[in-house]
Write a protein that binds this ligand. Structure first.
Ligand code: PGA
Length: 253
């Protein structure tokens, strides 16, 4: 069975002290919740990582970065390497988020290299894929998502692919209040699992966590998470509030 994961992507939100406070609140709420079987991840901005790692230490909360540079070191002003993230105590890295693809022109070659850099440091990539509105409307979503996964993950060995968490995030649902229906999410997740099985085998595909992302809220998470191929969520807006985030973490049936 794939591991259940709910990861919060804070994007460009929260100062250092606000981030620490959010994690304190999250720890308190999780202590009262019944969700010890769920891996809980928060992804603060780079500047907050070390403080958030300290605050989360010894708790259920694990820490992710939102991005990484593919090179190990060098003259890449403002960039951060996987080795640096590891030294800050980070365990996960979000890679290929649609906002990185759209606003910062990240392409398949960059993303494949970032995946390699993160795995080489023993960190877990949370790899994002998903179609835009026009691609969904023209019925091309499976071809688009399959193409992304093929170009950005299929170079991996079986052993390295096993370390990857996949987040399916339809771009038209991110931050828009439009959520994919539970059936749309299930259809895509089943497609992704089958596509992964064709390349890496059924056993690995079954063990791969496939998260849904895009306007996931406490009010819709239970229905989406009840689907057999949905193993959790990558949460933006609703991860900025501890009560909402825990409402999603506890939404598994
Ligand atoms: P959202 O963002 O939950 O605010 O739609 C999800 C994401 O971008 O990961």
């Amino acid at each position: 069975m794939a591991r259940k994961i709910v990861a919060g992507n804070w994007k460009m939100n929260k100062t250092v002290s606000e981030g620490v406070q959010l994690v304190e609140e999250l720890k308190n709420e999780l202590a009262k919740a019944n969700a010890s079987d769920v891996t809980v991840v928060v992804s603060p901005p780079y500047v907050s990582l070390t403080e958030v790692v300290k605050t989360a230490a010894g708790s259920q909360v694990e820490v992710s970065a939102q991005n990484v540079h593919q090179e190990a070191s060098g003259a890449y002003t403002a960039e951060v390497s996987a080795d640096m993230l590891k030294s800050a105590g980070v365990g996960y890295v979000i890679i290929g988020h649609s906002e990185r693809r759209e606003y910062f022109a990240e392409n398949a070659v960059d993303i494949a290299k970032k995946i390699d850099a993160v795995i080489a440091q023993g960190l877990t990539p949370i790899y994002c894929c998903g179609e835009v509105k026009e691609e969904r409307e023209s019925g091309n979503q499976n071809a688009i998502v399959g193409g992304q996964i093929k170009d950005e993950l299929f170079h991996l060995s079986d052993a390295d692919f096993e370390k990857v968490v996949i987040a399916y995030e339809p771009v038209w649902a991110i931050g828009t209040g439009l959520t994919a229906s539970a059936d749309q999410a299930q259809d895509m997740h089943a497609f992704i699992r089958g596509f992964v099985a064709d390349k890496f085998g059924k056993v690995i595909a079954k063990e791969t966590s496939i998260l849904y992302g895009g306007s996931c809220k406490p009010t819709n998470a239970a229905e989406i998470f009840s689907k057999p191929d949905v193993d959790g969520g990558l949460i933006g807006g609703a991860a900025l509030n501890a009560t909402d985030f825990v409402g999603i973490i506890t939404a598994f049936n």
